[in-house]
Design a protein around this ligand. Structure first.
Ligand SMILES: Cc1ncc(COP(=O)(O)O)c(C=O)c1O
Length: 371
């Protein structure tokens, strides 16, 4: 493929996305996934996931519109448009610009909130929205922490929900996010307990919540220390059934879990040097490009060679004129020549979405296979 398409090349295998989706449904049959587009905004992924009947978690007007542009026109014809948006999109960013609210008013969009100022904005500019109150929950042991920025303290949630109802808005349920690449199941279990408590409190105040959104965070096996998804999901399933009656609709916002293992990056060695007694290979994609996840997502990426030979500790750096563009200083690689190829596995999440064109290096070509 690299011979035919050139390098660098980012290959997304849609069969793997389907398999990941089916695994999630198999182990969490009560949980309807809304794919978090943030993890990988490639439009073809929307087309792959649409037929499964799940939804899409969007954070901006552009992501919202990308979903609408990539589902079959029949799903959006006439009154079906509102049904589609209501059933299949959630704006999971608790903070939405007024211009975005104005643009999406009239479509019954589900959206999260975690403070009163947002309620005022929604009341004025998008009062037909269905609201989901996001809780601040424990993110301990997750690679990417989110609770410092989002979520109302569980103890304040019932009051905030009251304020929404008092403004004539409709609150559908609760959401939380335990942090991305969550390797600590306690985060989920504590969040579920807190949510069940708030469901009760809200009921005692005369309102009924019908939706629970358990967010994302499902971990990807980047290395052997990551607990297996099956184990996590089995416990989650039992706890959800114990704490929430069947009448509560449960959804999730998986991003990483659906796409991380579905993509591979192929890079080419464009330069080499021997510095400080160590081989340094300069490759044609790096930290400012596809492997931006090293910085933004805190994930170390590793390189594999296609050729064999005695392996030596080596560094692999990107193509820009910046030393921050160092992907790894500890790769075990055979001695490589200019023109040799390397590949990086499991890089489908939080990589292309945050890539830049810094220093004039264009974004890496994306090749969709089995789409
Ligand atoms: C609101 C929200 N939902 C879902 C996700 C997806 O999370 P993950 O990729 O861990 O499944 C994120 C990612 O950070 C998020 O911020």
């Amino acid at each position: 493929m690299a011979d035919r398409e050139g390098t660098p090349l980012f290959i997304i295998d849609h069969d793997v996305i389907r398999a990941n989706y089916e695994k999630l449904r198999k182990y969490l049959p009560r949980v309807m996934p809304y794919f978090a587009m943030k993890a990988n905004p490639e439009p073809q992924i929307i087309q792959t996931l649409f037929p499964y009947g799940g939804g899409f978690d969007v954070a901006s007007l552009q992501e919202y519109q990308t979903v609408l542009e990539n589902v079959p026109a029949a799903a959006l014809r006439g009154h079906k448009r509102n049904d589609f948006i209501w059933d299949r999109i959630i704006v999971a960013n608790t903070i939405k610009p007024i211009a975005t609210l104005k643009e999406i008013t009239g479509y019954n969009t589900l959206m999260t909130f975690d403070n009163e100022y947002e309620l005022d904005k929604i009341k004025e500019h998008c009062s037909d929205a269905g609201l989901v109150c996001r809780l601040r929950v424990q993110n301990v042991g997750s690679v990417v922490e989110l609770s410092s920025k989002f979520g109302v303290e569980p103890g304040d949630a019932a009051n905030l929900i009251d304020k929404a109802f008092n403004r004539g808005l409709s609150v559908e349920g609760l959401s939380f996010h335990v942090g991305s690449q969550c390797c600590n199941i306690e985060n989920y279990l504590n969040a579920l307990e807190a949510s069940a408590q708030i469901f009760k409190e809200v009921r005692q105040r005369g309102h009924k919540l019908r939706l629970l959104n358990i967010g994302g965070g499902f971990p990807v096996p980047y290395d052997r220390t990551v607990p297996p998804f099956e184990e996590l999901a089995t416990k989650l399933r039992v706890e959800i059934d114990r704490l929430f009656p069947k009448s509560v609709e449960v959804v999730a916002e998986p991003g990483r879990f659906l796409v991380a293992t579905a993509a591979m990056l192929i890079v080419e060695v464009v330069g080499k040097s021997f510095r400080d007694d160590k081989w340094v290979y300069y490759v044609n994609d790096g930290v400012y490009g596809t492997l931006s996840g090293v910085i933004f997502d805190h994930i170390p990426y590793h390189f594999n060679a296609f050729k064999r030979g005695d392996k030596k500790l080596s560094a692999v750096v990107g193509p820009t004129c910046d030393a921050l563009d160092t992907v790894s200083t500890s790769e075990m690689l055979p001695e490589l020549n200019i023109g040799d190829l390397l590949y990086v596995k499991n890089c489908g999440a939080y990589t292309t979405g945050s890539a830049t064109t810094f220093n004039g290096f264009p974004r890496t070509k994306i090749l969709n296979i089995n789409a």
